[in-house]
Write a protein that binds this ligand. Structure first.
Ligand SMILES: [Zn+2]
Length: 317
């Protein structure tokens, strides 16, 4: 849909008045070791990594969150802590070429690396996730990301004790300047399915994964606040909430109760609904994306991670 000078100015003013700035935005980059694109979301190949990061910096965006999709998965998820793995290689290359021009957060989980798609390690009977065994993997991934140069470690598995285990590991290994951004309030949600389908390259496989035993129920805000309190006690610097648009009440409650910086993720399902409707010519992606992001900012998000970042950045100061 065509944009006029008047509508450009209107959208720009609306974003400005809501306090939405480029400095609030985090660009998610899904680095895929084997494919250059996916049917569901935009991915970045290793070959185009530097070009992509340069483009993001040129738009005035200074925060990136890295997710990796490895060439091969295995039952142990060992590619997740391979020092030459996809995220480790990507973060090392970004830091070598761009230094402090960009702040890089790295996702810490095993679900893109194992065969089950679960965020933890299964018990020996294969019936449930074993929290303590999962923490060993999380710690190993965290150390490999820290050694590769990550600025912020972002554990997203929702395992109990993941923040303190990473904190202790960083301390033991002399990493004093790395922060932890915890996905403390990650609701069990169908809205993540485009990301999971990208990781598996298969939607049918995605919908069979049930994460309700470790992700939060969307019906329970008190449990979310308790999880956040625990993660802050364990040493998290930044708290992440997802999905974004359906969590406005939680964003407000967090800002009223805690003093920490709050990041909100506008997740893949929220993005894809807008993207596909706009591709069909039914809606205008910019207007809708800005409406979502302004709502999250107004509710209290200090940072917003969104797949719409590149498109909307020209409307922001
Ligand atoms: Zn996961």
């Amino acid at each position: 849909m065509k944009e006029t000078e008047a509508s450009y100015s209107f959208l720009k003013r609306m974003a400005w008045e809501a306090g939405l700035r480029k400095s609030n935005l985090i660009m998610p980059l899904i680095v895929d070791e084997s494919r250059s694109n996916s049917r569901y979301l935009i991915t970045t190949s290793m070959d185009s990594l530097e070009n992509k990061v340069q483009k993001v910096i040129d738009l005035g965006i200074k925060k990136i969150m890295l997710y990796g999709i490895p060439k091969t998965r295995n039952a142990k998820a060992s590619e997740a802590w391979n020092p030459k793995g996809v995220v480790q290689s990507a973060v090392a290359r970004i830091k070598k070429n761009f230094g402090h021009k960009v702040e890089v957060s790295t996702d810490i989980c095993v679900c893109q690396y194992n065969l089950s798609g679960h965020c933890g390690t299964m018990n020996s009977a294969g019936t449930d996730i074993d929290n303590d065994t999962s923490l060993i993997g999380i710690k190993t991934i965290a150390l490999s990301h820290a050694e590769a140069g990550s600025d912020i470690l972002a554990p997203s598995s929702m395992m109990d004790g993941q923040v303190s285990c990473i904190r202790n590991c960083l301390k033991e290994n002399g990493f004093r300047n790395i922060s932890i951004m915890s996905f403390a309030a990650k609701y069990d949600s169908c809205l993540y399915s485009p990301f999971r389908s990208t990781a598996f390259d298969n939607y049918n496989q995605t919908i069979k994964i049930n994460k309700s035993t470790y992700q939060l129920s969307c019906s329970n805000i008190r449990q979310s606040l308790n999880e956040i309190q625990m993660d802050l006690n364990e040493g998290a610097k930044i708290i992440m909430v997802k999905p974004g648009i359906v969590s406005s009440d939680l964003i407000v409650a967090i800002k009223n109760r805690f003093n920490c910086p709050l990041a909100v993720q506008n997740v893949s399902g929220e993005y894809l609904m807008i993207k596909l409707a706009s591709e069909k010519g039914l809606i205008n992606e910019v207007e809708w994306a800005l409406a979502y992001l302004i709502g999250m900012r107004r509710a209290g998000a200090d940072m917003i991670m969104s797949y719409h970042v590149e498109l909307i950045s020209k409307y922001l100061e």
